[in-house]
Design a protein around this ligand. Structure first.
Ligand code: HEM
Length: 926
């Protein structure tokens, strides 16, 4: 016994001495991390997760590199194992979930979930009058769904009586069968939610919106008098921080290229190796579905100045000299129409404990399209936009597609032109007919034509089935007579048109979720996360999935701990959630706050940098590997897009946009043509605008907080100086680091520095690690000269994020915005959750969405990035709608990856031709 005791004491002593050593090993850290259990969800904003983990957790998931990274302001998961382009091989991979790779990957997924849960908890701010109640109810701890009086249909709405009129409103019957034109009745008990004209929400505290107003003391502490609607000067920002450097300016000609579209033209731009130009136009095509601040492509009639008046180069604002003006190339005569506001009166306030809160932002703006992912850019969002859409008089379920004389050999046809009455905005004349016609270009023309063809192919397939088995059950039901089956032969033209719309919208959402986004964020954690959003992590384990769905139902019902809802939903996936319930609304979740996009979401989608100036045009009939011409993007805008599409044909545009690399999202990499964009509708002195300066102006006009507070509000770490932008992993003497340092000097020149004051508290969103308040000196002594990092515009800040997770074409700040809102637009939409079922989509429609078309599930060869994969949804669509490019598409795994690139091994970003494409000149360029 004595001996045993002695041994025990000796072992305890050894452990005590050795523990600190063991703890610094990965094994020791993993044990400590496992023993500590899950971290609690924060109750207060200053104890949020911030994407930062403990030392043990970091070491367990990513070794010493991850431990060191904790000192940086950037999220930790990017340093975990397998989050990059390397993964463990050999015996360690046999360790299953305990293998280093798996620890890294699972750790990253867990981090995303913490972020999302806390975003749902702290970042929902509805602008339509529901906020006070939500706040008092404990935010997302409250009910996931509720009925809000603010979302009743008004008495002058044509469906008012049908929805219940004065009494309790509940949509039923014809109102809930299909997606409605103006977006009403997606939520059965809140008819107006997401409808055209509803105000944009916010993701940041109302008091932090519109910092230029200086309405709050804390905001004045943060910015002094240094910021304003035109301060710092937006055109100076555009010319100094956004302009692409040209090694041969005469061959670029400010983005206009050379005479006759000569292939000798050349405009330099930083290129993203793993994304093509289709990816850039895709996202513009998407944003036109989700949001628009403009009505019929215009703002208010009043014109305002756009800067090009003051510079900060010598430490104070000074007028720009004539010489400097010439050098910069900006224009102080540019004018733009002022933004449309829904509410600009002072908001009401309410008190809680000792603090006063605003019940909405200082001003609100309407979303002039439906907020739903309903393909409204194609099908319309109000009567006028619907009138632009042309139906086929020979088959009422189809969209009208014509065969222009120059494309007489293409039976699938092209969209017709807008009629003069449809093009009230004079800039739209000569364009194809589309519900959302603004900022039209050849890329938008491409996607609108593709999905119009796809719509008609679905209709044709449905008609062929109806002919074959006319009396069979189509699966469709009229909710007014739910028990009555509808055989194929009884489906009317109008109903089939609406079913096709549902299918197209779901196909688009699927392409965006599992094809575009994983290519934009090209790494394994994101591949897993995006597929989890759509079909769930447990696709192959239906029993576990079903059990999780039960948990979700309970959470939704009792309204407790609802923050866990999004985490559990990753099991079965969001798409189709609750579609086995009798209640069509059962799977919908708004997390206690009504759905609309926040104003900050628009900021995160200001992606004009993605566009090249010149399109490398190729001709399928001549040689896919040859660049035939360099066509300025500016020559494919508005009506010219339509002419170019018809003249050259959709197959050649597919090939050209599919092969060329998109531009990367970074400073000094914006297209030149957008700085000189012609705007005839404004009838201003210059007739042009700098659309990049306008990006900055609009964000300020609509009250986007500046970059550092934006990050704090979203639960990310703040920066303390411009130097924090520089990637610390780069060697001191590397060319890349030097480039970053010189850009930082420019930031300092534009935004400046000031002597700081420790007495000035500058934020309510976070505290320092020691729980003291964050002040104007950001950790430096009182009176120090500090960078005006607080004043940096959000757009400029995230473009300056040189530190990016592997394969991320966007910054981590934008990703944070997407993480919250991308899943919300699925969770909130009945047609993507509980109403994704045959009653609405038909049996054919459900299968078409699930299988990416009519031919059942088709697998890709091999295992791209280690996964068995179905032929991607957009590849399937293109194979059907543009059969001429079948051979070109054969080796393509993801349509947004440059088509002739060799994808190499695990998430490679190399720029190398695939076998057979070695002669393509694009590969001789960096
Ligand atoms: C040739 C192509 C394009 C042209 C000519 C163009 C032009 C414009 C112009 C003039 C505006 C300002 C409207 C205003 O506030 O008065 C704008 C806004 C915007 N653009 Fe583009 N753009 C193009 C491509 C893109 C692309 C590829 C994206 C990528 C997502 C994009 C995203 C946006 C967004 C998010 C807005 C703000 C919309 C709003 O306020 O509701 N644009 N664009």
């Amino acid at each position: 016994m004595k001996r045993f005791l002695l041994c025990l004491i000796a072992a305890a002593c050894l452990l005590a001495v050795g523990y600190p050593v063991i703890r610094t090993t990965e094994l020791g850290s993993c044990l400590a991390y496992a023993a500590a259990g899950f971290r609690a969800i924060a109750n207060e904003r200053d104890s949020r997760f911030f994407g930062k983990v403990s030392e043990d957790t970091a070491r367990c998931r990513g070794g010493e590199d991850a431990v060191r990274w904790r000192a940086s302001p950037w999220v930790d998961w990017q340093m975990y194992r397998s989050a990059g382009d390397r993964r463990a091989k050999g015996f360690v991979s046999w360790l299953g979930p305990f293998a280093p790779d798996q620890r890294g990957l699972r750790g990253a997924l867990l981090d995303f979930e913490y972020q999302r849960i806390e975003l749902l908890r702290f970042n929902l701010f509805d602008n339509s009058g529901t906020y006070e109640e939500y706040f008092r109810d404990g935010r997302s701890n409250g009910k996931l769904q509720r009925q809000w009086p603010q979302f009743r249909l008004p008495a002058d709405h044509p469906s008012y009586i049908q929805a219940g009129g004065e009494g309790s409103q509940k949509c039923s019957g014809e109102l809930i069968r299909f997606r409605t034109l103006d977006g009403i009745c997606n939520d059965l008990v809140n008819p107006l939610m997401g409808a055209t004209g509803q105000p944009f929400a916010r993701n940041v505290e109302f008091a932090e919106t519109f910092p230029e107003l200086g309405a709050e003391a804390i905001v004045r502490n943060r910015h002094g008098s240094r910021i304003g609607p035109l301060k710092p000067d937006p055109q100076v920002i555009s010319r100094k921080l956004f302009t692409r450097f040209q090694s041969a300016p005469e061959r670029c000609n400010e983005g206009r290229g050379l005479l006759g579209h000569s292939s000798k033209a050349h405009c330099d731009y930083h290129k993203a190796p793993h994304l093509n130009v289709l990816a850039a136009f895709w996202i513009q095509f998407m944003t036109h579905d989700w949001f628009s601040h403009l009505a019929e492509g215009a703002n208010q009639p009043h014109l305002m100045a756009m800067g090009c008046t003051a510079e900060h180069a010598t430490g104070a604002d000074e007028p720009i000299s004539e010489r400097e003006l010439k050098k910069l190339g900006c224009r102080h005569g540019d004018r733009i129409d002022t933004a449309i506001f829904a509410e600009a009166s002072r908001p009401n306030t309410f008190k809680h404990d000792t603090r006063e809160y605003l019940s909405r932002a200082y001003k609100t703006t309407p979303n002039n399209v439906t907020a739903w992912w309903d393909a409204s850019q194609i099908y319309g969002y109000d009567a006028r936009s619907r009138a632009r859409l042309k139906r086929d008089p020979r088959d009422g379920a189809k969209l009208l597609l014509q065969t222009p004389p120059e494309r007489s050999l293409e039976p699938m046809g092209y969209l017709p032109l807008l009629k003069p009455a449809d093009a009230r905005n004079l800039q739209w004349q000569g364009q194809e007919a589309a519900a959302f016609p603004d900022n039209w270009n050849v890329g938008l023309s491409f996607f609108h034509n593709v999905f119009a063809r796809e719509h008609n192919l679905f209709v044709e397939h449905f008609r062929a089935t109806a002919k074959r088995i006319p009396d069979d059950d189509s699966g469709l039901r009229n909710p007014a007579q739910h028990s009555q089956r509808i055989p194929y032969k009884e489906v009317t033209d109008d109903d089939l048109f609406e079913v096709a719309r549902l299918v197209i919208a779901a196909e688009i959402a699927k392409i965006h979720t599992i094809e575009w986004t994983p290519q934009l964020l090209y790494n394994e954690p994101l591949h897993l996360a995006m597929n989890a959003n759509w079909s769930g992590l447990l696709e192959k384990q239906p029993l576990v999935s079903a059990a999780l769905e039960k948990v979700l139902r309970r959470l939704a019902k009792d309204g407790k701990n609802t923050q866990w809802f999004s985490a559990f939903a990753a099991g079965p996936g969001i798409f189709g959630l609750g579609n086995n319930q009798s209640d069509f609304n059962a799977g919908v979740n708004h997390f206690g706050s009504p759905f609309n996009f926040p104003e900050e979401f628009i900021n995160a989608y200001r992606l004009h940098a993605l566009l090249p100036d010149l399109i490398e045009y190729r001709d399928l009939a001549v040689d896919s590997h040859r660049i035939h011409a360099k066509i300025p993007l500016a020559d494919t805008l508005r009506g010219k897009a339509t002419a170019a599409m018809r003249q050259r044909g959709i197959a050649n545009w597919a090939l050209s946009l599919g092969r060329q690399r998109m531009a990367s999202l970074t400073l000094q990499n914006h297209p030149l043509f957008l700085q000189n964009l012609e705007m005839p509708r404004l009838k201003s002195a210059t007739g042009r605008i700098d659309a990049l300066a306008l990006d900055i102006i609009r964000d300020r006009e609509r009250g986007i907080p500046r970059y550092n507070e934006f990050r704090r509000q979203y639960g990310l770490r703040q920066l303390t100086s411009f130097d924090d932008f520089i990637d610390p992993r780069l060697p001191a003497d590397s060319a890349q680091r030097k480039e970053q340092e010189s850009l930082i000097m420019l930031l300092r020149e534009i935004y400046g520095q000031h002597r700081c004051d420790t007495e000035k508290v500058i934020t309510n969103a976070q505290n320092n690690d020691d729980r003291t308040r964050i002040n104007d000196c950001l950790g430096k002594p009182h009176g120090s000269l500090v960078d005006n990092i607080e004043d940096v515009d959000a757009l400029v800040g995230w473009l300056a994020e040189f530190v990016r997770p592997h394969g991320f074409a966007i910054s981590e700040t934008q990703f944070q915005v997407f993480m919250l809102n991308a899943s919300r637009r699925l969770f909130s939409d009945r047609f993507f959750t509980s109403s994704f079922r045959a009653e609405f989509y038909s049996h054919l429609g459900v299968n078409w969405v699930n299988d990416n078309g009519p031919d059942g599930k088709i697998k890709e060869r091999g295992k791209p990035n280690g996964h068995e994969m179905a032929v991607s949804p957009l590849k399937s669509v293109l194979l059907r709608t543009i059969p001429e490019i079948k051979q070109e598409l054969e080796p393509v795994i993801n349509v947004f990856d440059p088509w002739a690139r060799d994808r190499g091994e695990y998430y490679s970003l190399q720029w190398k031709p695939r076998p057979g494409a070695e002669t393509d000149p694009a590969f001789s360029e960096r």
